[in-house]
Ligand binder design. Structure first.
Ligand SMILES: [Zn+2]
Ligand SMILES: [Zn+2]
Length: 368
């Protein structure tokens, strides 16, 4: 009986959290404008004449939505999450005082990236929209193409070497270098943002194949912040790529308890071994980074630190605290435990209390 209750509660938690754009994806205190659940979203950042570069990784659960505010206030949105996240993205942009988008980029035609862009286009004037040229006939892409047509916009092709017109920032496409990729993820528009001595790489769902192409093409990959490819899947984030990028920070955008098991262990390990500090939207909610041109300030709800193990059990800092439950045994572990369940049996808890509330027992080995 107790077990059935636990299964039920776990399902409720997963249903509430995996969607990503419901109330439950909200985590208080993610920003410098500390607020509580009952307070409305407010902003202290005046976009007009904004100083420095801001990159906002908006928590849309399992999907990407990234708002870039250039020095001076021009705004670029890269992806907009699933369709049901459209309103979340629209609200977020309003809360930041965004009146229009200078640039909109749809990295590739998958629902978790373009679904919400229809709502964005219905709510904000857009100067320029970029997409890679790849055949796709999903419902989301036809909705998006319809609204683009209604707005009288011309889609510009996202292609390696192309410059993005975002005043105050050097913004360049590093991929795709050709337009006939079989896997839409590999057609992902990859953007390098450079502001004075700081730089960001936004990779969409680019996999190792695309990473290799960028390396082969001699692209300048050396950056400070990496938006990790494909939600932390093991199909991205090769060691060679991470070595070339040598990021100080990495951001993984994925949903709590997502069905793909993202982020995968291999990607976390590769980044951790490179000494990169990892931030995750599933654990931290919205993540905001601000660059003054010399250094980057991270504003995130997941600022508590814990350790995750490399293969040899050496502890390393991931910048977040979480616990891994085993759906079969109802044990929960520290992320560095040597007896972790396989990816498909994992359930993530943000706190010890959450695990216990769901009737999971602490592992006797790692004593979480
Ligand atoms: Zn994706
Ligand atoms: Zn994709």
């Amino acid at each position: 009986m107790r077990r059935w209750l636990a299964v039920f509660l776990t399902l409720v938690v997963l249903l509430l959290s995996a969607g990503g754009c419901g109330e439950s994806s909200y985590r208080p205190g993610f920003d410098d404008n500390t607020r509580t659940e009952s307070q409305p979203v407010t902003t202290k950042i005046n976009v007009q004449g904004a100083s420095g570069l801001q990159v906002h990784f908006i928590d849309v659960g399992q999907g990407d939505a990234i708002l870039v505010i250039a020095p001076g206030g021009s705004a670029m949105l890269v992806d907009g999450g699933e369709s049901e996240c459209g309103q979340t993205v629209v609200d977020y942009l309003h809360s930041r005082g965004i009146k229009k988008l200078t640039v909109l980029v749809a990295t590739h035609p998958h629902a978790d990236h373009i679904g919400g862009l229809t709502a964005v286009l219905n709510n904000f004037p857009v100067d320029r929209i970029y997409m890679p040229e790849i055949a796709n006939d999903s419902e989301q892409i036809s909705d998006l193409r319809n609204v683009i047509r209604q707005q009288g916009l011309q889609v510009q092709v996202a292609q390696a070497g192309g410059k993005l017109p975002l005043p105050g920032v050097d913004a360049l496409f590093l991929a795709p270098d050709h337009q006939d990729h079989e896997n839409p993820n590999d057609a992902s528009a990859v953007i390098r943002l450079k502001y004075k001595n700081t730089s960001f790489l936004l990779t969409g769902d680019a996999s190792e194949h695309s990473e290799d192409e960028m390396l082969d093409n001699g692209m300048n990959l050396d950056i400070d912040v990496l938006k990790v490819g494909h939600h932390g899947s093991h199909s991205s984030t090769s060691q060679e790529f991470v070595e070339a990028a040598s990021p100080q920070y990495a951001v993984i955008m994925c949903g709590i308890g997502n069905a793909y098991g993202h982020p995968h262990w291999e990607a976390l390990e590769t980044l951790s071994e490179a000494g990169t500090k990892i931030y995750r939207t599933d654990l931290a909610g919205n993540i905001v980074m601000k660059s003054d041109g010399e250094s980057i300030k991270v504003i995130s709800g997941g600022d508590s630190h814990t350790a995750v193990a490399k293969g040899n059990n050496q502890l390393i800092d991931t910048g977040t605290t979480y616990y891994i439950g085993n759906r079969n045994s109802y044990k929960f572990h520290r992320p560095d435990c040597s007896a972790l369940p396989s990816d498909k049996n994992r359930v993530i808890f943000k706190s010890r209390e959450e695990a216990i509330k769901n009737k999971y027992d602490p592992c006797q080995r790692c004593l979480p």
